[in-house]
Design a protein around this ligand. Sequence first.
Ligand code: HMH
Length: 219
Amino acid sequence: ADAGGITKTWIKKHIILYTGATRHPFTVRIRDGSIDPSAFKRWLAQDYVFVREFVPFVASVLIKASKQSPEDMEVVLGGLASLSGEIDWFKREASKRDVSLANLTVHNATRNYCRLLEKLTLPEVEYAVAITAFWAIEAVYQESFAHCLEDGNNTPPEFVEACQRWGSPGFREYCRSLQQIANRCLEKAPEHVVAAAETTFITILEHEIEFWNVSSGGT
Ligand code: HMH
C-alpha cells in the first residue's frame, strides 16, 4: 500500500466533498476575519450538543479498540479523556459569549449528525468502519481550524483559542495516529467492510458540511 494508505486515496477520490468540509465558508470566514460573531455562537451551541453525543461514540470505539490492540486503545483513550476538558471549554466559552446551553434549539443538521453517531456506536459496526468514522470526524476539524492559523490568516484574536483546540500540532499528530490505525484496519479488512467504511467516510463529510451550513446560515 502507498504511504498515505487507503484513507488518502479516498480523500483524493472525494476531493470536492472533502474540500467542501475542510474549506467551508464558515471556517474560511474565521480565517479571513469576516466571520459574523453570531454565526460563531450558533456553531458553539450546536457543537456542544454534538460533543456530548460524541462521548458515547468514542467510548464505543474504545471498547472495539481494546479488543484489537493495546496501542490503538491508548490512542482512543487519549481522545476520550480529552473530551472532558473539551466539554468544560464549551461551557466556559458559552458563558463568556452569553450563549445559553440550557435550553438551546437543536437544529436538524445537528440532530441528524447525532443520529448517525448513535448508529455508528452500535456493537455490530465493525471496528474498521468505526475507527474510519472517528478519524474522519476529527480530521475535518483539524484541517479546517489549522487553516485558520496558517500563514496569511486574518483570524480575529477572539477566535484563535478555538482554532488552536483543533488546529494545534498536537491535535494534528493525534489525527495522524487515528489515520494510521484506520489504514491498518482497512488493509486487513474484507472488501465489504472496506466498502462500508468508504460509504461512512462520505456520509461523515456530508454531515460535516450540513453542520457548518447551520452555523453560517440564518436561524
Ligand atoms: C461537528 N465535528 C463536529 N464537531 C467536533 N467537535 C468535531 C468534529 C471534532 O471533535
